[in-house]
Design a protein around this ligand. Structure first.
Ligand code: FES
Ligand code: FES
Length: 182
């Protein structure tokens, strides 16, 4: 059995811990087994499918990280967002509004079983936040979306509607896409 050491995490703006966590434990196991945050999905467990993606908001962020292959202690001092943190909630914790990405996926019927959806929500959110800082030319939009979402696997093969939803949202959000010169 591996040694444990204290771990404090900041997730969705809230501090958790210190918790005594085995040194080799992956973040997804801490989310599920210690914190009851089960929205992050365990797919392949090998870094291939990206269902387990969380967002890290450190100095290099926002960026995606795979919680099935990254040790929980790596995230000490690095704020994390999980799928539970996207919707707006009231003081009692009830959801009052989905995030724009979540709403777009719903409006476009992007998912079927939904197992891959938390990973796609996080990937699309990171992409849109990136575009807010560095808008993309209209001609490059599809390629940019493909590059961002391509690593995520969907076993129901619902890719097209995820891509369509992100494209529609990017075009509808001011400042993300630069119109091509006439
Ligand atoms: S479960 Fe993490 S990449 Fe598949
Ligand atoms: S909607 Fe089922 S795995 Fe993607």
């Amino acid at each position: 059995m591996s040694a444990s050491r204290p771990l404090t995490l900041r997730i969705n703006g809230r501090d958790y811990g210190p918790l005594e966590v085995p040194e080799e434990m992956m973040l997804i196991d801490v989310l599920h087994e210690y914190l009851g945050l089960t929205g992050t999905r365990f797919g392949c467990g090998q870094g291939e499918c990206r269902a387990c993606t969380v967002i890290v908001d450190d100095a290099r962020g926002p960026r995606e990280m795979r919680s099935c292959i990254t040790g929980a202690h790596y995230f000490q001092g690095k704020p994390i967002r999980t799928v539970e943190g996207h919707a707006r909630r009231d003081d009692a914790g009830a959801i009052v509004a989905l995030s724009p990405v979540q709403q777009a996926f719903l409006d476009h019927f992007s998912f079927q079983c939904g197992y891959c959806t938390p990973g796609f929500v996080n990937a699309a959110t990171v992409l849109l936040e990136r575009l807010k800082k560095a808008p993309v030319a209209r001609a490059r939009l599809e390629d940019t979306i493909t590059a961002a979402l391509d690593p995520h696997l969907c076993r129901c093969t619902g890719y097209v509607r995820y891509y369509q939803a992100v494209k529609a949202l990017a075009l509808a959000t001011p400042g993300l896409v630069e119109e091509d010169a006439p």
